[in-house]
Design a protein around this ligand. Sequence first.
Ligand code: SAH
Length: 344
Amino acid sequence: MSAFEVVELTFHTTHDASEILAFWLHESGALGVTIVDPEEIRADLARPDSLDYAGKDFLDSLPETVVLTAWFYKDGEDMLIREEAGSGMVYAEKAPVRMNALAFIASIGDRLQMLHEESGEKDVNLGFQSVLVVKPEDWEDNWKKYQKPLRIGERFVVVPTWHEGEVEEKKDDDLEILLDAGMAFGSGSHETTRLCLELMEKTLKPGDEVLDLGTGSGILAIGAKKLGAARVLAVDIDPQAVKTAKENAKTNRVEISFHTGTLDDVDDTFDLVVANIVFDVLSKLRSDFLTKVKPGGKLICSGILSDDVEQFASLMAESGFHCVKETSDNDWHALLFQREDLSS
Ligand code: SAH
């Protein structure tokens, strides 16, 4: 990918709109999205246990609005984007495609309008003010400095490959996941991924057979192996994601089976299925899950927004999955289901 340039898009937005905008930009194929939210930074600094590193100059330098920056690959006149994005809150169902960079930027207003209409009360379009910067540059310094090793749950540490060996306060029972998510979703920084890893840590038993549906960067599949899963199958409809996930599995020296496709292509049954996709996709798959989870087995679904949790849980109950645990972070929810064991 070294021949590619990078386009940096900057948005001024509101706290409420920033999350939905960041989600859409990720879906549109952004390499990375960072959010600088002055209110959150001020609130963090105001906490009694916060380190007092911020002088007045720093506080004065904070932007007035939330500033969101997104990076996209650019090759010649084209940007690499995901076409399906913008049409709804569904993860991209297609590999990256090329789109003339100027045409993409010109279409942002319309895409935001669509997002605004679809997201209801969250006023994404009003939150958007302008594309401030559009410059091709080496994104690595800018973006990678935001990607620090992340501790997740009790034992996971997600380490960007360029920070290998730099984990501070390492513990003996740490489970390191070395990762370069590239264009795939799943760097560990998103709530939906973190919630899955946390639930997996509490649920997965050594020796389990695990299916990771919508593997993205492979983060959950690798996490499952590190927790002692005997066999892991990782599936994604996006061939690019499968390629990235394979590379990440190799970096982590774990053996995972990969498949490009959907749940339909999976024949086996599993002790645990994890699927971090979104409400629309997951609810459509609910009866298919039944044929993939062993009786008494578990299913973790993540990527469910607060507004949809109740409906999702009741749809799943109709299909024979009892919700045994629900966790959340910001607006995102993850649910742990158990499949009824009718034989006992
Ligand atoms: N598991 C990773 C990535 C989640 S992003 C994590 O938790 O961070 C969701 C992934 O699901 C994307 O890579 C997308 O390509 C894939 N996906 C979307 N719909 C799918 C479907 N119907 N079947 C399989 N994969 C799907």
